[in-house]
Design a binder for this molecule. Structure first.
Ligand code: SF4
Length: 469
C-alpha cells in the first residue's frame, strides 16, 4: 500500500497514525518539518525519512530536526530506506510532561567530572579552536597538504583548488556575508564544541548547516566542483531529499567518471539530486549509491567497501584509515577508527601515515575505543581530548559511574568496545560476510597516487590481524 505512518512517542505511550498526505511523495524535508511542527508543536523532536527513504533508495538517510528546525542526518548505511520499507515516514518524540532531568546516582561526582571534561574540550586545540572556527571543513587544506585528499575519483591526493572549498574559505564567506550566517553553531543545546555553522548565500540568506568536510571534499575535490556555494546548494538539496552526503557525493564523482555527468558540473549535479524527489531514472540510480553507479557504468575504479562509499581520506597515503575502511563492520566508515587523528593531526601520538608500521595496532585500538565511546552517546569529536588528555578519559568514565552508580574502570571500557565489535562482526557473519569482504578495491593496489606515489600494500593476512583480538 502507498500509505505512510507517523510513530509518536510521548508520556502517554506510543501511537501510530497516518502521515499527513502533503508530506508524502516528493515533499522535501525542510517543508515536511514545517508541516509536522505545525501539527505536533514546535518543541517535538522529529526523525524522518525523506523522499529517498520513501522510495527505499540505498543512500537514503534518516533526517533529524535540530533545535532551529534545520536538518542533521543519521547519514550512512541506508537507514532511511529501512524506515521507508517499514512505511514509517516520521518518528515524533514529544517530551511534554517528562521529568526535567534524568536521575543521577551521585550528582556531586557527576558535576565534578563534567567540569573536568568540559575544560578538556575547551583546552584542546582541535575541539577548542579548529572545529568551532572552521568546522570539520578545516581538514580540506590539511589533507591536501598531506597528499591524502582524494581528487577526481581518487586519481590524485592533492589539487590546486582545495582552498576554494576549505574551512578557511567557509569561515571567510560566513563572516563577510553576515545575515543568517553563523560560525560555531551547536547541533544541540548542550554542545560546547560547536563544530557546526550556518552557511549563507551572497545576500546573507541561510543555505545549509552542518556543512561537513566530507561533503565539501566529496563534491569539491572528488567531483571537482570547485565553488563552495555550488557545493552548499547541493548539500542543502541532499538534506532536503534525505540522502547521505558522503554516499551521494562519491556517487556523483563516480557518475562523472562513468560519463553520466561532466566533471565539476555543480549545476548538473544539483539538478540530479533535486530529481531524487521524483525520482527520475538517473536520480534513482544515483541515490542507490556508489556501488550501483559503478556497476551501471561498468567501472573498475569504484571506491567502496561492503558496497559503501569510501570517504575523504585516501587509504594509500593515510594507511591507517585504509585498515579501518577495510575492517569496520559498517564498511568504509572513517569514524569507526579515525586514524587521521594520529596519522595526520598527531593526536594520541604519531604514526607515519605513509608507512605500514604501527597501523594495524592503531586501527584496532581506535576501533575498540570508538565502539566504547559511541556506546556512551557522546559526539565522536570528544575523542580528540580523550585521546590526548588523560583526565578527560577518566572524567568520561567518572561521569558514567556517577550517573548510574557504577564503578567502571578503563579496562572495562576497553572490554565494552571489544564486545561491541564482536557483536557487530557476528551479525555480519550471519548475514554472509567473510574476511574476503574486509578488502579495499583492487585499484588501490594497482594505481600509485600522487604526490607520494603511495600504494595500498597490506596483505590479506595483515588486514585480518586488525580484528584479531
Ligand atoms: S555535538 Fe558534535 S557534531 Fe554536533 S555541533 Fe557539537 S561537536 Fe559538532
Amino acid at each position: 500500500e502507498d500509505k505512510f505512518y507517523i510513530v509518536k512517542v510521548s508520556m502517554d505511550g506510543v501511537t501510530i497514525e497516518d502521515a499527513p498526505a502533503e508530506i508524502i511523495g516528493g515533499c522535501g524535508n525542510y517543508k515536511a518539518i514545517e508541516i509536522l511542527n505545525a501539527k505536533y508543536g514546535p518543541k517535538v523532536g522529529i526523525a524522518l525519512a525523506g523522499p529517498a527513504g520513501e522510495y527505499r533508495l540505498a543512500a537514503a538517510n534518516i533526517s533529524v530536526k535540530d533545535p532551529e528546525s534545520n536538518i542533521r542526518s543519521l547519514g550512512r548505511g541506508g537507514l532511511g530506506a529501512v524506515l521507508g520499507s517499514k512505511k514509517v515516514k516520521a518518528v515524533i518524540i514529544d517530551d511534554a510532561g517528562a521529568p526535567a532531568s534524568v536521575p543521577v546516582a551521585n550528582p556531586e561526582a557527576f558535576k565534578a567530572a563534567a567540569k573536568v571534561f568540559a575544560k578538556a574540550m575547551l583546552d584542546h586545540p582541535v575541539t577548542g579552536q579548529a572545529l568551532p572556527n572552521y568546522g570539520t571543513d578545516v581538514l580540506v587544506n590539511i589533507l591536501n597538504e598531506a597528499g591524502g585528499l582524494p581528487t577526481r575519483n581518487f586519481t590524485t591526493g592533492r589539487n590546486d583548488w582545495a582552498n576554494n572549498v576549505g574551512g578557511e574559505t567557509m569561515n571567510a564567506n560566513i563572516t563577510a556575508r553576515g545575515g543568517d550566517g553563523k560560525v560555531a553553531h551547536g547541533c544541540h543545546a548542550g554542545c560546547i564544541i560547536r563544530c557546526s555553522q550556518w552557511y549563507p548565500d551572497k545576500d546573507g540568506k541561510y543555505i545549509t548547516s552542518g556543512f561537513e568536510y566530507e561533503t565539501a571534499w566529496g563534491l569539491g575535490a572528488d567531483a571537482c566542483i570547485t565553488d563552495l556555494d555550488e557545493c552548499a546548494y547541493i548539500d542543502r538539496a541532499m538534506d532536503d531529499v534525505g540522502v547521505d552526503s558522503i554516499e551521494t557525493s562519491v556517487a556523483i564523482a563516480t557518475a562523472m567518471e562513468g560519463g553520466l555527468l561532466p566533471w565539476g558540473d555543480g549545476k548538473a549535479a544539483l539538478k540530479l539530486v533535486e530529481e531524487m524527489a521524483i525520482p527520475t531514472p538517473l536520480a534513482r540510480i544515483l541515490a542507490s549509491g556508489t556501488a550501483i553507479v559503478g556497476k551501471t557504468c561498468g567501472l573498475f575504479r569504484v571506491p567502496i567497501v561492503k558496497d559503501q562509499a569510501i570517504p575523504a581520506y585516501d587509504p594509500r597515503s593515510v594507511k591507517g584509515i585504509g585498515l579501518t575502511y577495510a575492517t569496520t563492520p559498517m564498511g568504509a566508515d572513517h569514524t569507526a577508527g579515525y586514524t587521521i587523528a594520529t596519522n595526520i593531526l598527531k593526536v594520541g601520538g604519531y604514526v607515519d601515515p605513509l608507512q605500514k608500521e604501527g597501523q594495524i595496532e592503531l586501527s584496532r585500538n581506535l576501533q575498540i575505543a570508538t565502539a566504547a565511546v559511541d556506546s556512551t552517546g557522546m559526539c565522536i569529536f570528544v575523542a580528540f581530548p580523550v585521546l590526548d588528555i588523560p583526565e578527560a578519559f577518566m572524567a568520561l568514565i567518572d561521569m558514567i559511574n556517577a550517573r548510574y552508580g557504577y564503578s567502571l574502570t578503563p579496562d572495562d571500557v576497553t572490554e565494552l568496545g571489544k564486545s561491541v565489535l564482536k557483536v557487530e562482526r557476528g551479525f555480519n557473519k550471519k548475514a554472509g560476510f567473510t574476511n574476503l569482504d574486509d578488502r579495499l578495491p583492487e585499484f588501490f593496489e594497482e594505481e600509485a597516487i600522487a604526490p607520494h606515489n603511495a600504494i595500498w600494500d597490506f596483505t590479506p593476512e595483515e588486514i585480518d590481524k586488525v580484528m584479531d583480538f
